[in-house]
Write a protein that binds this ligand. Structure first.
Ligand SMILES: [Zn+2]
Ligand SMILES: [Zn+2]
Length: 472
């Protein structure tokens, strides 16, 4: 027996018929509205397991982050926030939906992101942010943040959305930490940001190397671009189709094509840093000097470019080979003209974005998935209805007192309650039965050492004991 999936062309309804293949063809032939027909073993198995599967699953490329992984997420975020505070950054929280025009103007209409990867509600002309820089600039301009502080050091953490082909470590809803500093054009800030990124990775425990480059400025880039175009034109036939297209729209991007054939062709290409104007060249030297001053290791990658149009001068990436092939876990750069382009004041800026999924994946690979810290301080095991009522009251009083506590609501046996306490990683268990209620005293069991202490059944003395012991 096989199952047939029939899609109607007109109403798009889907029906599943359990039937023989031969019968299916007959059925199909009998229905003139049938658009196409396909045999599906998957549906067959679901049918055998008890009918059609009514469960709705998450969208392709969208992922739930389950409680067991949250430990790692929080560790990453805690380290990042802690380093950011040391570097005097303030958090800003931005909406996920923005006018489509914001991204079209800031990212550029001839980029992959705007051309094909944005989640846009066409009828409303709004888009789910594919990155955070544009939204942050919009907020900066809208709230006149340059007036409040001449140099604004801002960061934001949250989900971004791009309709890319899902692959390992690349999702359609992904999370980024985005850092931007607005109001300083000097090279020192660039070096400081890279030093901060480097510190973040070392505190999280990920081995990375820093690559830097300069993309020049509106003064020197046009003549370099011309040189590069001449070089590309001589080899156009040997480049991939994407590069042929890029040569027309964004020739710099030909330099970072990942295809081996293209890489070979551009290995001799003229590089931006060999054609910088004096100001850009001094700026780049300043960045390198300050990185050395702070003891931050780096190498110059003269073919590193950015897919986004607004980047000038310093550009950088942190790369790692801990995820298989070498890949970037953080990318950033300077964008001195962007704010003006979006209708804001003439203020320079630099920033970077860090993908959080990859950091979590790296920590997971390192076997840091298990955290030894208990989920709760105390599990209250009550035996019988009266004890259970008392536990419920006591638990609430303890929670008010700052204790992380839980209990069983299903009147289970002591054995199963102890199992529950163990699963929750409870530091202590308080066992209460009729006897204990009568004496108003109960044993508090330390789950790690097995030591039991008799305690007065009173919230204050219980919470004090646990808090004191937790300090050791
Ligand atoms: Zn320049
Ligand atoms: Zn190519």
């Amino acid at each position: 027996m096989k199952l047939v999936l029939i899609k109607y062309h007109y109403n798009r309804e889907i029906h599943f018929y359990p039937t023989l293949a031969e019968e299916a063809w007959n059925t199909a032939a009998a229905l003139d509205k049938i658009h196409f027909l396909q045999l599906s073993y998957m549906f067959f198995y679901q049918y055998m397991r008890g009918g059609n599967d009514l469960r709705i699953k998450a969208l392709n490329g969208f992922k739930d982050i389950l409680p067991e992984d949250i430990v790692l997420w929080r560790r990453v975020e805690t380290v990042l926030r802690d380093v950011l505070e040391r570097f005097h950054f303030s958090e800003i929280r931005l909406p996920i939906l923005e006018k489509t025009d914001l991204f079209a103007r800031s990212i550029g209409t001839d980029t992959d992101i705007v051309e094909k990867e944005m989640y846009t509600f066409i009828d409303k002309q709004v888009t789910m942010r594919p990155e955070a820089t544009a939204s942050l600039m919009r907020a900066y301009i809208e709230h006149n943040l340059h007036v409040a502080k001449p140099v604004q050091r801002l960061f934001t953490i949250g989900p971004m959305f791009r309709h890319e082909r899902p692959q390992k470590g690349r999702l359609r809803q992904f999370h980024q930490m985005d850092v931007e500093v607005l109001g300083s054009a000097g090279p020192r800030l660039d070096a400081e940001l890279m030093a901060m990124g480097s510190l973040m990775f070392s505190e999280i425990g990920v081995d990375v190397s820093l690559e830097i480059n300069s993309l020049g400025c509106p003064e020197c880039r046009p003549s370099y671009r011309k040189l590069l175009l001449e070089f590309i034109d001589q080899r156009l036939e040997l480049l991939c189709d994407d590069c042929k297209r890029r040569s027309k729209t964004n020739p710099l991007r030909v330099l970072d094509c990942k295809k081996p054939g293209c890489r070979e062709q551009v290995s001799e290409a003229p590089s931006v840093i060999e054609h910088l104007c004096e100001t850009c060249s001094d700026h780049f030297s300043g960045v390198r000097e300050d990185l050395k001053r702070l003891d931050v290791a780096f190498s110059v990658n003269k073919f590193m470019v950015r897919g986004l149009d607004y980047y000038v001068r310093t550009t950088f990436e942190f790369v790692t080979d801990e995820l298989g092939a070498q890949s970037a876990v953080c990318a950033g750069g300077r964008y001195d003209g962007l704010i003006e382009m979006l209708g804001g004041p003439k203020v320079p800026g630099i920033g970077f974005a860090m993908g959080l999924e990859r950091l979590v994946l790296l920590l997971k690979q390192k076997g840091q998935a298990r955290d030894t810290v208990s989920e709760i301080d105390l599990f209250l095991a009550g035996l019988g209805k009266t004890a259970s009522d008392h536990c419920f009251e006591l638990m609430h009083a303890l929670r008010l007192d700052g204790i992380k506590a839980d209990m069983d609501f299903e009147a289970k046996s002591l054995k199963s309650q102890m199992k529950q306490a163990d699963r929750a990683g409870a530091g202590y268990v308080l066992i209460i039965g009729d006897q204990e209620l009568e004496n108003m005293q109960a044993p508090l069991r330390n789950m790690a050492t097995g030591v039991q202490t008799d305690l007065k059944l009173e919230a204050k003395s219980i919470s004090r004991t646990i808090q004191e012991q937790n300090l050791h």
